[in-house]
Structures are given as structure tokens and as C-alpha cells.
Design a protein around this ligand. Structure first.
Ligand SMILES: Nc1ncnc2c1ncn2[C@@H]1O[C@H](COP(=O)(O)OP(=O)(O)OP(=O)(O)O)[C@@H](O)[C@H]1O
Ligand SMILES: [Mg+2]
Length: 313
């Protein structure tokens, strides 16, 4: 794995919508994890579990209800000068799920991509600006002739490449990719993931890669966090999570992945998750505990001991 320097520390993060009202939603409920510099951290869980809200709160698109986000040791949500805020906005970029909705249809691709370059004054001249745009287009597998076209002239996969070029334009360190491939045809999903992985290595980027299911994140992620109803229920290195899933919700997600081998696929049993199965008692405290080094599970002391026994087999 990449060097273990913490780029982000997320501590007890909470994002409650309509707080105190009848329709309160605890979209993110006391979530804590670190993201190491140069790693790809995958975040998975079913629709509505709070993945996007976690990403958006980290990047400060929302004010947090509670908790802390430290970026290189600096509190992202704390008071900061305009200059510091601008610098955060440059270092942290987001790639969105819907490549159709996220590109301004009235702008030429050159201007879509150069928006951040302009905001942050990263071009020395008009010529330099265009050269940066051309280079970015080539970096994401498009070509310079595309610079003068409009978003509607591109396919979904090409638009997502443009979204990636736009994010890269400001030389970020950290990218949150919120289901960047879910809206794409299966046939081009792998291409876009491969491109993202290649860029991550070349540019030593750190990613928070959000996805619905575990099949694609396994391939790109160094570590994976699993969310369920606003909580992080399990976090482990990717291989470890696939080999030794402890939390029953993670097990149910894994059982949903089709097996590549037809014989194994025939015998695959889909497990369902019943939150009542934990049978938590009022006096039990349910916490995010480290069962084996680097492998965290949301569990009671009783479950923690069971998981530790299981880990030795
Ligand atoms: N702006 C908002 N106002 C009120 N509730 C919201 C808002 N945004 C999200 N929610 C609620 O917060 C919860 C988490 O939503 P979120 O979009 O983070 O889930 P998600 O895991 O990204 O789901 P998906 O996989 O469908 O994108 C959901 O119950 C959602 O309805
Ligand atoms: Mg989402």
C-alpha cells in the first residue's frame, strides 16, 4: 500500500438533515475514518445510506452537523481566510455521477475544462490556457479537436472523461469520485475506471471512490469502507474485506456479486441482512472497533470477541 501518511482525518462526522424535525434524516451519523495520502479509498453501500452526503460534507459542499474533517492536519470546516478556502477548493475536486447534468451545456469543452484554470489563475496567457486544455484532453484519451465542441456532442463515457479533465485542470491532490461510472454502459465502465486508476498512479492522487456495489471498487480500491444507514459498519484493506468480511451487512453485499465462474454462480447463495440479528441489548455499546490491524467493524464487545476468534481460523 501507499505510504501511510494521513491526508484526511474524518472524526465523528455527522450530517443530519432537518435536524430536530419529524422528518430528520441522519444521513451521516458519527462516521470516523482516515484517508491516506496516495490511496484509493472505496466507499460502498446501498442507495440512500449516506455515501454522497459523506463526500459532500468532507469537501464542504455542506456544513457538518458535527464532527471534524482534517486535511493535512487543518480543520476543513473551521474558520479560514478567503485564500485558504480557495486553496482547499483547488486541492479537493469532485467527479460526479451524472456526466450529462454536470457539464454546462452552453459552454464549449475548452471553457468547461478551463473553468478552474481561470478561477485559480493557473494560466500565464491565452495560449498557455489552450495548451493546458489540449494536454488535459489528451491525458483523458480525447483529442484537441474536441475543445471547440459542446457537451451534447459527446457520449456518456466521453463526457465523464471531460469531467475528469476538468477536475484535473487545477492540479488537485484529492478527488472524490461519486459513482463516476454508474451512469455509463457496462462496456465502457472498465475503460473509465482504468483511466482513473492510471491517472491516480501517475499523478499520485488520493481518491475517495464511491460506488453502489463491491464489484468495481475492489479493483480500484486499496481500502474499502461499507456504509449502512448513515453508519460506517466495516472498513478494511480491499483484499481483507473480501476474504474476511465480519459484519453481516458486508457479507450480504458480497453475496450479491455474481461469481465469474458459472459453476460457482449456480451455487451462489444471496444472504440478506437483518439488523435485528445483532440482538443488541440496552447495556451494550456498539462502537467502531479494530478487530485485526487495519480492519474495523461496528460491533458490540460481544461481537468483537466473536470476530477475533473467527479471525484466527
Ligand atoms: N439535501 C438533502 N435534504 C434532505 N435529505 C437529504 C438530502 N440529501 C440527502 N438526503 C437524505 O440523506 C440520506 C443519504 O443520502 P445520500 O444521497 O448521501 O445517499 P447515497 O448513499 O449517496 O445514495 P445513492 O447511492 O442513491 O446515491 C437519504 O436518506 C437521503 O434521502
Ligand atoms: Mg449518492
Amino acid at each position: 500500500m501507499a505510504e501511510q501518511k494521513k491526508l484526511l482525518e474524518i472524526k465523528g462526522l455527522k450530517q443530519y438533515f432537518n435536524e430536530g424535525k419529524a422528518n430528520e434524516v441522519k444521513a451521516v451519523d458519527n462516521v470516523s475514518f482516515d484517508i491516506f495520502k496516495g490511496e484509493v479509498m472505496g466507499l460502498v453501500g446501498e442507495s440512500g445510506c449516506g455515501k454522497s452526503t459523506t463526500g459532500r460534507t468532507i469537501i464542504r459542499l455542506y456544513d457538518a452537523t458535527g464532527g471534524e474533517v482534517l486535511y493535512d492536519g487543518v480543520d476543513v470546516h473551521g474558520r479560514k481566510s478567503k485564500k485558504q478556502l480557495k486553496e482547499f477548493n483547488r486541492k479537493m475536486q469532485m467527479i460526479f455521477q451524472d456526466p450529462y447534468a454536470s457539464l454546462n451545456p452552453r459552454l464549449k469543452i475548452a471553457d468547461v475544462i478551463a473553468e478552474g484554470i481561470d478561477i485559480h489563475g493557473l494560466a500565464k496567457s491565452k495560449e498557455d490556457r489552450m495548451n493546458q486544455v489540449y494536454e488535459l484532453l489528451e491525458t483523458v484519451g480525447l483529442n484537441r479537436e474536441h475543445a471547440n465542441r459542446y457537451p451534447h456532442e459527446f457520449s456518456g463515457g466521453q463526457r465523464q472523461r471531460i469531467g475528469i479533465a476538468r477536475a484535473l485542470a487545477v492540479q488537485p491532490e484529492f478527488i472524490i469520485a461519486d459513482e463516476p461510472i454508474s451512469a455509463l454502459d457496462v462496456s465502457i465502465q472498465a475503460q473509465v475506471v482504468n483511466l482513473m486508476k492510471k491517472l491516480q498512479k501517475e499523478k499520485e492522487l488520493t481518491y475517495l471512490f464511491i460506488a453502489h456495489d463491491l464489484s468495481m471498487v475492489k479493483y480500484i480500491s486499496d481500502r474499502i469502507g461499507v456504509m449502512y444507514f448513515g453508519k460506517m459498519v466495516e472498513l478494511a484493506p480491499a483484499d481483507e474485506l473480501y476474504r474476511n468480511p465480519f459484519h453481516p451487512y458486508t457479507q450480504s453485499l458480497l453475496s450479491a456479486i455474481p461469481a465469474p465462474d458459472p459453476i460457482a454462480e449456480r451455487t451462489r447463495r444471496r444472504k440478506s441482512y437483518d439488523p435485528a440479528s445483532h440482538n443488541y441489548q440496552d447495556n451494550e455499546s456498539v462502537e467502531f472497533r479494530e478487530v485485526t490491524p487495519g480492519h474495523f467493524v461496528l460491533c458490540s464487545e460481544r461481537e468483537f470477541k466473536q470476530y477475533q476468534v473467527q479471525s484466527k481460523h
